[in-house]
Ligand binder design. Structure first.
Ligand SMILES: N=[N+]=NCCCCNC(=O)[C@@H]1[C@H]2[C@H](O)[C@@H](O)[C@H](O)[C@@H](CO)[C@@H]12
Length: 448
């Protein structure tokens, strides 16, 4: 007898995007530049010199995109707010037209019975704040608290689920350690400072919310479960370091008020000691965590790898996506049960899960066949259900992404959308995976 995959009553089905990846018009209506607008216009930083000047033109087409969400039966939509649209200098003067855009977006979602879930920071720090040191300046926590307060006062109530940060690990690892992402630094001493100030900013935002908000606030992290490549002590230790570095570096401070002990092994003299007051600010209670899951990592010791001394081992028996990520749905179940066991079964939303497979630049007679993505979604949604059967407190699932969009420094070369975007005409075409997902939503999982 095969198992039923019907999801619990109240489980929320959605899709996710991020401002700089879809909106376009980054400087419209008084908006200030973000570090991503600046990075994307820096020669050599972006594949094919792509940038977010147009992207999916969502800033102008959001009503059409909400109509597509409605046609798919989505109950919720996770988006991010561009900080520098609202505060062009990152602090101080509010740009009402920037706020007005997000108010129109939220009100149109609500008119279509789609619950908005807002991420306050999805990597696009105001350039004016980067000029003042950005995530390296301890004042950034207060700047983020000020911005958060502006948004809570204007939209809390219509938005009932807020995320402070999206993936602080990627911001730090990509933006400050390895330099592949904005602001493009490569500095072992900066990375732990940026991480810590991101977490302090999270804490200031939660503090502001507790004073004025009436609903839920949390943080979104990417989790990539690590599996030792062998039983050797050095591979096990490499796995432990990799897990501490990516998966515990942010959740341990938020839930336990302390960093993983491996952080000093990894960063050595570059790992500072922080005051307890900071850890108290960081570890205030939150209402949920967003988990972004894409893949797993089979980890071996690698003396030549910097600074982790750990490297992935390819798994040729499995499919890999266009971004080079192994398709491993069991890793999602393992991730969710790990979070349950380690952090006391907090409410979790899968705030991103999806894959880039090759899709053509144009639809063929109004259709885009993406069987690999249909299979990916089926396998991973079943994995979520298995975690719920194991007692995990999962509130909902947001597929990454609603639309093909700007994949950061990879430009438009990678398509994650369940809806195809023809970047020459801005025509949207729901892919086969969108129709598949709509059927899952309509049957609440029964058709999985
Ligand atoms: N190696 N490796 N392992 C996986 C680590 C994944 C780190 N990148 C993400 O999670 C980003 C997240 C981001 O929110 C979104 O804005 C991005 O478009 C997606 C797709 O890239 C994902």
């Amino acid at each position: 007898m095969s198992k039923s995959y019907v999801f619990p009553e109240g489980f929320v089905w959605g899709a996710a995007t991020a401002a700089y990846q879809i909106e376009g018009s980054p400087l419209a209506d008084g908006a200030g530049p973000s570090i991503w607008q600046r990075f994307a216009h820096t020669p050599g930083r972006m594949l094919n010199d792509d940038n977010g000047d147009i992207a999916c033109d969502h800033y102008n087409r959001f009503r059409d995109d909400i109509a597509i969400m409605k046609s798919l039966g989505l109950q919720s939509y996770r988006f991010s707010i561009s900080w520098s649209r609202v505060l062009p200098e990152g602090k101080g003067r509010v740009n009402q037209k920037g706020l007005d855009f997000y108010e129109r977006l939220v009100d149109t979602l609500l008119e279509n019975d789609i619950a908005p879930v807002a991420t306050l920071f999805h990597w696009d720090l105001p350039a004016a704040l980067d000029d003042r040191g950005g995530w390296l300046n301890p004042d950034v926590a207060d700047w983020f608290g000020e911005y958060s307060e502006v948004m809570f006062k204007r939209l809390d109530g219509r938005i009932k689920r807020w995320a402070t940060l999206n993936e602080p690990w990627v911001v730090t690892d990509g933006g400050y350690l390895h330099g592949a992402l904005a602001p493009g630094h490569r500095n072992r001493f900066e990375a732990p400072i940026a991480s810590h100030h991101l977490l302090r900013a999270h804490g200031k935002s939660v503090q502001a919310y507790r004073a004025i908000g009436q609903h839920d606030i949390g943080i979104v992290v990417n989790i990539e479960p690590k599996y030792a490549a062998s039983d050797s002590a050095e591979d096990q230790a490499a796995r432990d370091r990799a897990e501490a570095y990516m998966n515990r570096q942010y959740l341990d401070p938020v839930f336990f008020g302390k960093y993983p002990e491996q952080m000093r092994d990894i960063f050595g003299e570059a790992w500072p000691e922080w005051p307890q007051a900071d850890m108290d600010l960081i570890s205030q209670p939150i209402d949920f965590i967003g988990v972004n899951y894409y893949t797993r990592n089979v980890t071996r010791h690698d003396e030549s790898s910097w600074p982790l001394k750990a490297s992935p081992v390819r798994q040729p028996q499995h499919t890999y996506t266009e971004t080079g990520w192994e398709v491993y749905p069991q890793g999602l179940t393992d991730t969710l049960t790990w979070v349950k066991q380690r952090y006391g079964n907090p409410q979790v939303f899968i705030t991103e899960n999806g894959a880039a497979f090759f899709d053509p630049p144009k639809a063929e007679r109004g259709r885009v066949r993406d069987p690999l993505r249909v299979s990916y979604l089926r396998q991973h949604l079943r994995a979520v259900h298995d975690a719920i059967d194991a007692g995990c407190n999962i509130g909902g699932y947001f597929v990454w992404s609603l639309l093909d969009n700007l994949e950061w420094s990879l430009g438009y070369s990678k398509r994650f959308g369940i809806v195809h975007v023809d970047y020459q005409t801005q025509t949207r075409t729901p892919k086969d995976s969108a129709r598949y997902y709509a059927g899952i939503v309509a049957s609440h999982g029964a058709r999985l």
